[in-house]
Write a protein that binds this ligand. Structure first.
Ligand code: FES
Length: 82
Protein backbone atom coordinates (compact mmCIF):
# COMPACT_ATOMS: atom_id res chain seq x y z
CA UNK A 1 0.00 0.00 0.00
CA UNK A 2 1.23 3.47 -0.91
CA UNK A 3 -0.84 6.55 -0.08
CA UNK A 4 0.30 10.07 -0.90
CA UNK A 5 -0.36 12.33 2.05
CA UNK A 6 0.71 15.89 1.30
CA UNK A 7 4.30 15.55 0.19
CA UNK A 8 5.02 12.29 1.99
CA UNK A 9 3.85 8.75 1.34
CA UNK A 10 2.38 6.26 3.79
CA UNK A 11 3.99 3.01 2.70
CA UNK A 12 3.57 -0.60 3.82
CA UNK A 13 6.88 -2.35 4.40
CA UNK A 14 7.07 -6.12 4.10
CA UNK A 15 9.60 -7.76 6.40
CA UNK A 16 13.02 -8.55 4.96
CA UNK A 17 12.25 -7.02 1.56
CA UNK A 18 14.67 -4.58 -0.06
CA UNK A 19 13.39 -1.22 -1.31
CA UNK A 20 15.11 1.68 -3.06
CA UNK A 21 13.92 5.16 -2.12
CA UNK A 22 14.11 7.78 -4.88
CA UNK A 23 16.56 10.49 -3.83
CA UNK A 24 16.42 12.46 -7.09
CA UNK A 25 12.68 13.12 -7.30
CA UNK A 26 12.47 12.09 -10.98
CA UNK A 27 10.85 8.68 -10.48
CA UNK A 28 7.39 8.06 -11.92
CA UNK A 29 6.90 5.58 -9.07
CA UNK A 30 7.63 7.84 -6.08
CA UNK A 31 8.57 7.27 -3.38
CA UNK A 32 10.50 4.39 -4.90
CA UNK A 33 13.23 4.55 -7.54
CA UNK A 34 12.30 3.56 -11.09
CA UNK A 35 15.79 4.07 -12.58
CA UNK A 36 15.13 7.61 -13.85
CA UNK A 37 18.19 8.86 -11.94
CA UNK A 38 20.52 7.35 -14.57
CA UNK A 39 22.93 9.96 -15.84
CA UNK A 40 22.92 12.08 -12.69
CA UNK A 41 25.08 11.91 -9.57
CA UNK A 42 22.17 11.14 -7.22
CA UNK A 43 21.66 7.46 -6.40
CA UNK A 44 18.69 5.69 -4.75
CA UNK A 45 18.85 4.92 -1.04
CA UNK A 46 18.34 1.24 -0.17
CA UNK A 47 16.29 0.42 2.92
CA UNK A 48 14.42 -2.48 4.48
CA UNK A 49 12.70 -3.51 7.69
CA UNK A 50 12.87 -6.59 9.91
CA UNK A 51 9.16 -6.26 10.64
CA UNK A 52 5.95 -5.43 8.78
CA UNK A 53 5.24 -1.74 9.25
CA UNK A 54 3.51 1.30 7.81
CA UNK A 55 5.93 4.21 7.57
CA UNK A 56 5.95 7.76 6.22
CA UNK A 57 8.43 8.00 3.35
CA UNK A 58 9.77 11.35 2.22
CA UNK A 59 8.30 12.64 -1.04
CA UNK A 60 10.14 15.97 -1.25
CA UNK A 61 13.72 14.63 -1.10
CA UNK A 62 14.58 17.13 1.67
CA UNK A 63 14.16 14.98 4.77
CA UNK A 64 17.14 14.77 7.13
CA UNK A 65 16.03 11.22 8.02
CA UNK A 66 15.55 9.85 4.48
CA UNK A 67 14.05 7.62 3.34
CA UNK A 68 11.67 8.45 6.20
CA UNK A 69 9.84 11.78 6.32
CA UNK A 70 11.01 14.06 9.14
CA UNK A 71 7.84 16.18 8.73
CA UNK A 72 9.94 19.33 8.65
CA UNK A 73 9.82 20.66 5.09
CA UNK A 74 6.44 19.23 4.03
CA UNK A 75 4.66 20.29 7.20
CA UNK A 76 6.08 23.84 7.04
CA UNK A 77 4.91 24.11 3.41
CA UNK A 78 1.40 22.99 4.32
CA UNK A 79 1.15 25.37 7.29
CA UNK A 80 2.43 28.39 5.33
CA UNK A 81 0.33 27.78 2.22
CA UNK A 82 -3.06 28.09 3.91
S1 FES B 1 14.71 7.52 -9.92
FE1 FES B 1 15.26 8.87 -8.33
S2 FES B 1 16.92 7.89 -7.35
FE2 FES B 1 16.34 6.53 -8.93
Amino acid sequence: MTTKNGSFYQFSLAPHKSYYWCACGKSAKLPLCDGSHRGCAIKPLPFSSDVEAIVDLCGCQKSKTAPYCDHEFCCKQISTSS
